[in-house]
Structure formats: C-alpha cells, structure tokens
Design a protein around this ligand. Structure first.
Ligand code: PLP
Length: 374
C-alpha cells in the first residue's frame, strides 16, 4: 500500500444561506476573486485600494479619512477598535443584550480596561435614555460601545440619541455594525459615531475575511496621543494606516483576492443604491415576519426594534430544533441559524442578508417548513 490518500476536488452543495451569515454571493464577486492577483504594492492595486476606501465611505455614510478594510473577519474589527484605543485602567462602558455585547466585554477586559456593563435582557434593546443617564454619571468614560444589530437576538439598537449626547464629549462612541452595514440605515457621521466596524459576509454579500472599519478625527486623535504602544502588532492602526495612506508602507501582505471581492461587492451595493437596498431588506424581512406570525410563530426580538435582515422566532413546543434544521439543510439546501448561548434550542435566527434577501427565498423556506411540520 502506497499510503497516499486521494483528496477529491471540492464540490460543495448548493445552499440558500438564510442563517446569520455568511450570505449568498453574487457571481460577479466570485468572478472578481478569480481574476489574476496583483502584488500588494503594485500601483494598479493601489487604485483598487483607493476605490475600496471611497466606496466604504459611501456605504458607512462618512467622510472619515481612515476608512479601510481590516484583514480578518468581523471580530478583527472589534479587536482593532479596542486594542487601538484602550490603555490599561481606562474606563469602558459596554451595552450587553446579547452574545456580541458579551464578546466586546471579553475583548475590552483583555486590553486591561475597567469595564462597566449596562445589561438588558436578550432580545430587548438597551434604552438609550438609560445609556445617557449612565454616561452623565461617568464623564471620565473613555469608550462607550454597543452593538447596532445584535445577531444573537435579532434586536436593532437605536443609536442616534446616544451619539447626539456624546458628540461634544471626550468619550468615544464605538459601534458594532457587523450585521447592519448595507442592510439598514446607518449614518456614521450624522449619528456621531467615532468608531464603526463591520464584516463582509453579511449584508455586503462578500465572503468572510475582511472587516471594514472607520474612525473619526476624535478617535484618531486619541489613537495618536496614546501613552503606550498598541498591544497588537498585527492590528496596530498606526502602522496599517501607513499602508492604506500615501506612504504605502509595507505592513502585512494584503489579502488581494479578498479585496478584489470587496471591491466588486461594494460596486454592486452602490449600483443598487443604499436607499433601495435598505428598503429591500425592510420589505422582504417584514414579509417573512408577517408570514411567520400568520402561522402562529412568536417573534423573539422586541416589537418596534426588530432587525430587517435577521428574524428571530421562538420555537413552538414540540419542534425539534436540531432535527428540523438538519432536514432543512439536507433536503432543501436551506441553512438557518439556531439560538446561541442562553437561547440555544429556544429560537431560530433566519437571515435575509444581501443577495439572500429575496422574496422567493422566503417562499421556499415557508414551503419547506410546511412540508416538514405541516
Ligand atoms: N459582531 C456581530 C454583531 C456579529 O454578528 C458577528 C458575527 O456574526 C461578529 C461581531 C463577529 O464576526 P466574525 O464571526 O466575522 O468574526
């Protein structure tokens, strides 16, 4: 026996990705990824980089100079925000009403921050008035951070009132927009957000692997006036900004094909237009919610604050979560998400993000559901 094992060519099955991400990808994005790569310091690649930054500014609705994709998934954007701004003993307040708020707490603690939490039940929003009251009592807070679209629960956090309060304060307003960017309204400048990061695999419909981030001048001032060096070399924005800026200083080899993918993904977003795209997510998301309610399913997230691109529903008694989701995937090619953490086995999370956000996918899902549970 030669001992050599044969590895077959990849032949992944077709899927309708209606989970919490990744979403389906437009063929144009796949095509962009398969175009021949360029060197990461090639002048032609620099023009692609510049266009990506320009398009990201349009999508984030910001004029922030430092608006770039970080190499790594959405969590790399979260780490970038915290490791670049926190110094040991800094006071950081975090809104926690789901798994990703919890993750922010974990990351901030690892940076040595003194973390104070504003907790709320999963599925509910954190009352902006409560946030403002807390911030009034803690004017020495370095960062207030919150998740815009809490993917673990399906709740959409209102941000405007908090941003308006923090606008003329020293506290930085950090927002996780991993799931919201490109699928619902998000106005970084108008809402006074200082640091906002996202992920490519949700409403931008680009594979996972990059995390767009944007920093206000206030955040950049804090970054550049830090006493200590940024704790992570790889995510150090003072180095990375020199690669994305005029200097083109080598930091790490840019993931060229992923950046090609993002370039095409952003072109598609802007061709559709942000307004139309947001409206599409709202209409299709509302349709799914209405139909599920007609079938007697109870929605999990707080009424009036439900995400358009991610619908969370309570599983009716007697429905076997794992068995049903396995059958949906195996027999219908439809992926949906189960609950995370304390909602495991209790809810489903149905995503309609970017390319996946189509009425025909909702109809297919409902037909499959009918066949499976009547
Ligand atoms: N923040 C939110 C709100 C998310 O939904 C996710 C992923 O689902 C993340 C952060 C982490 O992103 P990633 O899994 O791409 O690292």
């Amino acid at each position: 026996m030669s001992g050599l094992r044969r590895f077959n060519e990849l032949r992944p099955p077709e899927r309708i990705l209606m989970g919490p991400g990744p979403s389906n990808i437009n063929y144009r994005v796949y095509k962009a990824m398969s175009t021949p790569i360029l060197g990461h310091l090639d002048p032609d690649f620099m023009s692609v980089m510049d266009e990506i930054c320009e398009m990201l500014r349009l999508v984030f609705k910001t004029r922030n100079r430092l608006t770039i994709p970080i190499s790594g998934t959405g969590s790399s954007g979260m780490e970038t925000a915290f490791v670049n701004l926190i110094e040991p003993e800094d006071k950081v307040i975090i809104g926690v009403n789901g798994l990703f708020g919890e993750r922010m707490v974990d990351v901030a603690l690892r940076c040595g921050a003194r973390v104070f939490r504003i907790d709320e039940e999963w599925g509910k929003i954190i009352d902006p008035g409560r946030v403002v009251d807390t911030l009034v009592k803690h004017p020495d807070t370095k960062i207030f951070a919150i998740v815009h679209a809490e993917t673990s629960t399906g709740a959409k956090q209102p941000l405007e009132e908090i941003g308006a309060f923090l606008r003329d304060k020293d506290t930085l307003f950090v927002v996780d927009a991993v799931t919201s960017l490109g699928g619902c309204e998000l106005k970084v400048d108008e809402w006074g957000i200082d640091v906002c990061y996202s992920g490519t695999q949700k409403c931008l419909s680009v594979p996972p692997g990059l995390s767009p981030i944007t920093l206000s001048e206030k955040a950049l001032y804090i970054l550049h006036s830090k006493r200590s060096r940024v704790q992570s070399w790889y995510l150090d924005l003072t180095l990375i900004e020199r690669y994305w800026g005029e200097e083109r200083f080598y930091h790490h080899t840019a993931p060229v094909s992923m950046l090609f993918a993002l370039h095409e993904g952003l072109r598609i977003v802007l061709e559709e237009g942000m307004e139309r795209r947001i409206e599409r997510h709202q209409t299709v998301g509302d349709y799914l919610k209405t139909r599920l309610q007609e079938l007697g399913w109870e929605l999990f997230a707080q009424e009036g604050y439900r995400l358009p691109m991610l619908t969370s529903v309570v599983l009716p008694n007697g429905v076997d979560d794992a068995k049903l989701r396995t059958r949906l995937l195996r027999d219908y090619g439809i992926e949906i998400g189960g609950g995370l953490g304390k909602t495991k086995g209790r809810i489903w999370r149905i995503g309609l993000m970017g390319e996946t956000c189509k009425r025909q996918n909702v109809e297919l899902f409902l037909l499959a559901l009918k066949e499976l549970i009547g």
